[in-house]
Design a protein around this ligand. Structure first.
Ligand code: URP
Ligand code: ZN
Ligand code: ZN
Ligand code: ZN
Length: 462
């Protein structure tokens, strides 16, 4: 079945024009005027609507054992949520504990997605230990199509690597041409500050941010930059939340370090006062690095508008308020860290970014799709609208007005951190490789048709 999308306003990171798009055999087969579809095929009238390339979320957690519990979604719920919100490709963090074998972990994470995900997916391979056996295993995983790693400079004894392991990971990545994504916070500073606060009886969720202030993150970024400079590796700092952290990366970029920065939708919308709400309500907003003040949020929007921050992801890491966040009542260091937002990223970025005049349409597409595709070896198959690209398309209705609510969400968590927030736009049609997966906010496609995206290293593209 072909699909013809007529008269949409096609907006990519660089282009803006009105045309028809013919999707056939999973690909964009034609772009032009007055195109016709073969008899019997669907024609969708997109007059007055945008057509964007399918959005890419380059930082999500779906299968994750963390802080004594498991993240709430599985691939069925997470991929439906992603698609309803216009995200057609996910890059999940494959995060084994330090005790797990990397190859077994990679197979396990693949098994959670294969035949279950309704959108396309790939992984960043978490390197949570680097011993004498690790290098050969990582080479095998790279050969299987994973061209990015993930390291944590926080979460001591669970995901966190020491400096020797960090150096060896970056050195191998440099040799192979792999990009290393990194969670940057100084874990010693966090541990010491947590103990001081708890000893003073400061146990509520409002103390999470003060336990890991902006300098703790900036130190982590600076630390990674020193190691990237020493090894020459290409790095990508995930979930950047504040000005000093960005400045640490920019200083390194000026010295020649190949660093790209990500921020996440909670930092662009919420602020530190949310975690200060009483009745333990603040636990809903505990994530790491923490959600910062409005001043840092304004800085992030400007950094995003200017391209200093390249991408907007979610860091989707959903935990129920009722049973899971509850584990940290009386001790904020035990609140599972993370927020659900995979479903709402695009609509929030459009409403509070584009509609409020903070970023333009091109930067919106670039930050939510194209930059991730380029950095992680998916471009131009994903991340743009061009002949021969995968027909992952989002027809977007800019006249839609609605509210975010847990009552309507696909995400499995029992709350939504953006409950009641207005959205001024939403996808009216979402396709994955030419097949309609979502219509007017409802998943109506074929469950489980998502594909694993094997990626190729730049050096092996002929
Ligand atoms: O609080 C967060 N961000 N939870 C998920 C794990 C991580 O650090 O990305
Ligand atoms: Zn992280
Ligand atoms: Zn350091
Ligand atoms: Zn994360």
């Amino acid at each position: 079945m072909a699909l013809l999308i007529k008269n949409g306003r096609i907006v990519t990171a660089t282009d803006d024009y009105v045309a028809d798009i013919l999707c056939d055999e999973g690909k964009i087969a034609a772009i032009g005027h007055d195109l016709t579809a073969p008899a019997g095929d669907e024609v969708f009238d997109a007059t007055g609507q945008f057509v964007f390339p399918g959005f890419i979320d380059p930082h999500v957690h779906i299968y994750m054992e963390f802080m004594g519990t498991f993240a709430k979604d599985d691939y069925d719920s997470a991929s439906r949520a992603a698609l309803v919100g216009g995200t057609t490709t996910l890059i999940e963090m494959c995060c084994p504990s330090r005790q797990e074998d990397p190859l077994e972990a990679f197979d396990l994470w693949m098994s959670k997605a294969e035949g279950i995900s309704s959108c396309d997916y790939t992984f960043h391979m978490g390197v949570t230990r680097f011993d004498d056996t690790t290098e050969a295993k990582l080479r095998t995983i790279v050969d299987r199509g994973i061209t990015s790693f993930k390291v944590f400079l926080a979460y001591k004894d669970f995901f966190g690597v020491n400096d020797t392991e960090l150096f060896r990971t970056l050195k191998l990545a440099k040799e192979l041409g792999v990009v290393v994504t990194a969670h940057c916070e100084n874990e010693t500073l966090i541990a010491e500050r947590q103990q001081l606060l708890l000893a003073e009886g400061k146990t509520g969720p409002e103390w999470h941010e003060p336990s890991r202030p902006v300098q703790v993150e900036a130190e982590g970024v600076h630390h990674l930059m020193s190691f990237a400079e020493a090894t020459g590796a290409s790095v990508y700092v995930v979930h950047t939340s504040n000005q000093p952290a960005i400045e640490a990366a920019m200083a390194a970029r000026a010295r020649g370090v190949d660093v790209m920065l990500e921020t996440v939708i909670p930092y662009l919308t919420l602020d530190n006062t949310y975690a200060e709400q009483g009745d333990f309500e603040g636990a809903k907003f505990v994530m790491s690095p923490p959600i910062r003040s409005r001043e840092h949020q304004d800085y992030l929007w400007n950094a995003l508008a200017s391209g200093v921050v390249s991408t907007v992801a979610t860091d989707h890491a959903p935990f129920d308020f009722s049973a899971q966040k509850e584990m940290g009542r009386g001790d904020f260091t035990k609140i599972p860290n993370g927020l659900p937002s995979i479903e709402d990223r695009v609509n929030l970025l459009y409403t509070y970014g584009v509609k409020r005049g903070r970023i333009d349409l091109h930067r919106f597409v670039d930050a939510a799709s194209t930059q991730a595709a380029k950095r992680f070896g998916l471009f131009p198959r994903k991340g743009t609208i061009a002949l021969g690209a995968d027909a992952d398309l989002v027809v977007y209705d800019p006249t839609y007005q609605g509210h975010i609510t847990v009552a309507n969400q696909q995400m499995a968590a029992d709350y939504n951190p953006h409950e009641g927030w207005e959205i001024e736009g939403r996808p009216s049609l979402v396709t994955v490789r030419g097949e309609v997966q979502v219509r007017d906010g409802v998943f109506e496609g074929e469950a489980g048709r998502g594909e694993f995206l094997a990626r190729t290293l730049p050096s092996t593209i002929h």
